[in-house]
Design a protein around this ligand. Sequence first.
Ligand code: SAM
Length: 220
Amino acid sequence: MELSMRMKAIAEWLEKDQRVADIGTDHGLLPIYLAKEGFSGLIAADLRPLPLEKGRLNAAKHGVDCIDFRLSDGLENISSDEVDAVVIAGLSGETIIAILENAGWLREKTLILQPMSRAQVLRQYLSDAGYGLQEEKLIFEENRFFVLHYVRGKGKKLSDRQIHIGLSPTADYLKHLISVNQRALEGLSKSGKPCDAARLEETKYVLTLLREELENGNCS
Ligand SMILES: C[S@@+](CC[C@H](N)C(=O)[O-])C[C@H]1O[C@@H](n2cnc3c(N)ncnc32)[C@H](O)[C@@H]1O
């Protein structure tokens, strides 16, 4: 079956002997692909019944009947001894953080996280909470960048630069972040509201980091 580049990049980080839970599975395409690749002990979880039904239908369409489709808010209905690796992809950074906060046992697992927004907020959380952010992948697809995080074991504190720029930025990604932050800076400068002052300063600081990184040419 055809998988998006984003999903394929997630799947490449997983090992066949790992029991994987896909949280916020929706269409279920990742666990279906993994089942076809020979993985077992797969759980596909979602907060809502309708996406789960969509996932079940997709699994049937692909002749896969070994996935445990489960209604669950985050990992609420999944226990530590059922899984080795957890994927949380396509949710906001804030929702991913809330899910991690409610399942302390995730520290012992392999985590693959792909926030749809605000990767820096998730990195800051992982760093403060002592998670080991080992690797990142950047995928450009559907005309946008996706940041994928591979988390395992304990980790050292990330620097400000790593939090805002990431572990392995490309020049194109830096240019994209510069333009996003430049637009934000223009909006904040126009607003003139005292409550925006801290964000304005933060945005200026991030722009400095991004421009330095691009000028130093450390990335491909
Ligand atoms: C945009 S889809 C992402 C689908 C897939 N993971 C992907 O990356 O393509 C987000 C899914 O997450 C589910 N979701 C949102 N919050 C959740 C939570 N707290 N626990 C489990 N699933 C959640 C939604 O119901 C929805 O089906």
